[in-house]
Structures are given as C-alpha cells and as structure tokens.
Write a protein that binds this ligand. Structure first.
Ligand code: HEC
Ligand code: HEC
Length: 396
C-alpha cells in the first residue's frame, strides 16, 4: 500500500517525538512537503496511528450531533477542500444559520489563532465550540457528548487504546480530533515546485506573471506571507478589508445565493433580510474588545484556494475573479480599513494572471486526504442507546 508523505508523516513523527520531547512543542524530524514547515505537535499530545484513526472516526461521525445528522465533515467536506462549496455561510442542525463561512481544515496545523476572529488557540479545545453550538451540532452539554460516545459500542476500547487506558473525556475527544486534523497537511503545489523546488517548467508563463503581480504591484504578500523556505500565505494577523464593515452597514447590496443543484443567483440584501436579518459580526473586536479591531478577520491561507470557494469570512465572493476585482478596487473604504489596501489599477491581463497564479496553489495530495477521510468505518444508522442525559437525571 502506498502512503503519501503527509499521511505518513505524523506516524513517523511519533517515533521522533518520543526522542525529542522536552520543550512545549516537539518538532518531528521528517521532511514536510515542499513549501511547508514541519508540523509542531504539542509535547503532551503526540500523534499515534491509533489516535489518528480515532480522530478520523470522530470527525466523520454524524452521531456526534444531538440529532444524529451533523458530523464535522458535513461542513468541512473532504471532497470540497474540507470546506463547503455550496454555502456562503454554514448551516447547522435543523437548517440553522451560522454567521460565517466554514474555513478549510487543510493546513490548519499551522494556524495559531483559530476561527476567523482568532478566539481559540488550540485544536485540542476548539472542537467543543461546534459540538456545543446550538446552531451547529447542538449538543446540550460536554457530559452529554462524552456519555454518548462511551455508550456507542463501536467506540469500545478505542480511547483506552489510543490514550493509555484513558476513557473518552473532554480532553481525549479534543486530543484525538486535533491529532487527526494535524495530518491534513497539503503542500508541494505547482507553485512550490517552481518557487522552492526550482522546477522551471512547473508554472505556465501566465502563472509566473501572476506571481509577479502577487508579490509586486498587487502587494498581496504583505499579508499572505511567502517566506524564503516555506509559505503559509498568511501572516497570522487580523485585518480590516471592509467586507465585514460593508455587511454590517448594509453597503454590500448583492449576494450570491445557492438555489440548489449548483445553480446560483444574485439577490439584494433587502431580499435576504426579508427572510432573515444577517447576524451581527464585528470580527476580531469580539475577542479583544479593542475598537481598532472592528471588522478585522484573520488572513486565511491561500493554499488550495481553487478548491475552497466561496471566499471571505462571510462567503460573499463566489469566485477568485470576484476576489481579485475586490482587491483591485482597494477593498471597501471605512475608517479602520487596513492601509495596505488601495486601488491597484490592474489591467485585465494582470487580473487573469493573478487568478491563474492562485489556482496553482493546490497541494498534490488533496484527493488522497479526502479518500483517507472516507476510510473511517461507515457509521450505519442512528445512535440507539438510551438518552445519555438519563445518566444524570437518574431515569435509568
Ligand atoms: C455547521 C457547520 C460546522 C460543523 C458541524 C463544524 N464546523 Fe468547524 N467551522 C465552521 C465554521 C462556520 C467555522 C468558522 C467559525 C468562526 O470563525 O466563527 C469553523 C471553524 C473551524 C475550525 C477553525 C479553522 C480555522 O482556520 O480557524 C476548525 C479547526 C474546525 N472548525 C473544526 C471542526 C471540527 C473538529 C468539527 C466537529 C467537532 C467541526 N469543525 C464542526 C463550521 C462547522
Ligand atoms: C491587508 C492585508 C491583506 C492584503 C494586502 C491582501 N489580503 Fe487577501 N485577505 C486578507 C484577509 C484579512 C482576508 C480575509 C477577509 C475576510 O475573511 O473577510 C483575505 C482573504 C483573501 C482571499 C479569500 C480566501 C478565502 O479562503 O476566503 C483571497 C483569495 C485573497 N485574500 C487574495 C488576495 C490577493 C490576490 C491579494 C493581493 C491583490 C490580497 N489577498 C491582499 C488580507 C489581505
């Protein structure tokens, strides 16, 4: 059986972490895919094959939502770049609206501050957000989720095996999901082979021209950072581009709406608001309470961006052409707009070259990672044990 380097790497990493634990994080000694740094695993949660398999099973399991309908993978769909291509903003259990776009989980191992507003710091704790959010997986409590997992017969022994005898609990559920998500590493794109691998033929002339715009006239690398040895295409910082401001102020008047079956149409915000008022969202301010952070959102990676439409924290752009047109006009003016954004005056040829370049950032193992996700044993039927809540109410 063949494994891609990045599926194998965390497994190899275990062998190495065993011998180099010491600091807060232990760097595994194996080559990461071209263009990416090594994944740092927390010293207290090194990856093992048993943990990865358990995390994958949890990620794919619809029984982890209150009404058995929603797995993590239903918003972070493996075949859709680990995001949802059909939805601008996510929809959770019973059709409830989530106010933001599902980000890709590919390369989330390199994200230091999670969520569009950076409110969470570790994958080990992050999962409890969606598990408990009433508009996502809607579980009534932490204990409820843990009790349900403990009662599912197909999980019998798996936590104990992965965590040295420890049962499913708040930490081990988060730890398994974290370890699995850190395996979703994807680099060695055609850009990496050209830029870092020095393969002169890996990019077309148009894509090379797009890189010139990206790193020059377009000023994109000011935030979508590209380093001398590797590139995350993100600076880990938060910026106001005007998207959030425009939405809050009702300035952006046209939105793409999915009609089903892949068909889309544009409607005005008045029409959307007649169905449902858009939920308030002031971005990073909600975390820092610093007025300078109003409508600032974390710079997302651009790796695999060809696969992860729609774009921006509210999914308001359906295509990369729309995103490039947005930057060309200098973002949307507002008092806190990032000074790095200004009208670029790009020609039509420069704009299409930029789009072509963005499409060359797709990793070489994305399809393999999606297939690997589906290796999780299919879960048939609903959760059929007794109501976990009954454990606490003494009804059994
Ligand atoms: C209903 C759809 C939905 C479900 C189900 C869901 N997510 Fe998400 N996920 C989102 C959205 C939307 C965001 C962004 C939220 C925000 O920024 O406020 C997100 C953000 C994340 C992030 C942060 C990524 C980043 O770049 O910052 C991770 C990691 C993540 N989800 C993992 C999971 C895991 C693990 C599960 C299952 C336990 C899960 N998600 C279930 C929609 C969902
Ligand atoms: C001032 C910093 C900054 C600069 C300069 C910048 N970006 Fe961004 N970019 C961001 C932020 C922040 C977001 C997320 C905005 C949001 O979620 O509302 C983003 C989002 C994107 C996205 C959407 C990614 C996704 O997954 O949703 C693309 C594509 C993109 N930028 C391309 C570019 C290109 C091309 C340029 C140069 C023309 C550029 N950016 C310049 C900060 C910047």
């Amino acid at each position: 059986m063949r494994f891609s380097a990045s599926i194998l790497s965390p497994i190899l990493g275990v062998l190495c972490t065993l011998c180099c634990v010491g600091g807060a994080q232990a760097a595994p000694r194996f080559p990461p895919p071209l263009g990416l740094p090594s994944v740092l695993h927390p010293a207290d949660n090194p990856p093992t094959p048993a943990k990865i398999a358990l995390g994958r099973k949890l990620f794919m399991d619809r029984r982890l939502s209150h009404n058995n309908t929603f797995s993590c993978a239903m918003c972070h769909v493996p075949e859709q770049g680990f995001t949802s291509n059909e939805l601008g903003t996510a929809i959770g259990v019973e059709g409830q609206t989530v106010r933001r776009n599902s980000p890709t989980i590919l390369n989330v191992a390199f994200v230091r501050q999670l969520f569009h507003d950076g409110r969470e710091f570790s994958l080990e704790t992050q999962a409890w957000g969606p598990l408990l959010a009433s508009n996502e997986m809607a579980n009534p409590s932490v204990g409820y989720v843990i009790e349900r997992i403990r009662q599912l017969p197909d999980y019998r022994g798996l936590f104990e095996q992965a965590f040295g005898g420890r049962k499913a609990d708040m930490q081990t559920v988060g730890a398994a999901l974290a370890v699995y998500q850190r395996t979703l590493v994807s680099g060695n794109s055609r850009f990496d082979r050209w830029h870092y691998g020095k393969d002169r033929n890996a990019l077309s002339a148009e894509e090379k021209a797009g890189w010139a715009v990206f790193s020059g006239k377009g000023g994109c690398t000011a935030c979508h950072a590209v380093g001398p040895k590797h590139a995350l295409f993100a600076d880990g910082k938060f910026h106001n581009t005007g998207i959030g401001y425009a939405r809050s102020m009702g300035l952006k008047t046209r939105y793409q709406v999915e009609l089903g079956g892949g068909a889309r149409t544009e409607v005005g915000h008045e029409m959307l608001d007649s169905f449902e008022q858009s939920l308030p969202d002031v971005g990073r301010y909600e975390v820092t309470l610093d007025p300078a952070d109003r409508w600032a959102y974390r710079t997302p990676t651009l790796r695999n961006v060809a696969l992860t439409a729609p774009y921006m924290h509210d999914g308001s752009f359906a295509t990369l052409e729309d995103v490039v047109a947005f930057y060309d006009q200098g973002g949307i003016d507002n008092p806190d707009k990032d000074p790095r954004l200004h009208p670029l005056g790009l020609s039509a040829a420069e704009k299409s070259a930029l789009v072509a370049f963005l499409k060359a950032l797709t990793g070489d193992n994305v399809a393999a990672l999606a297939r690997d996700a589906r290796r999780a044993a299919p879960v048939v039927g609903r959760w059929s044990g007794r109501d976990p809540a009954s454990v606490y109410s003494g009804r059994h």
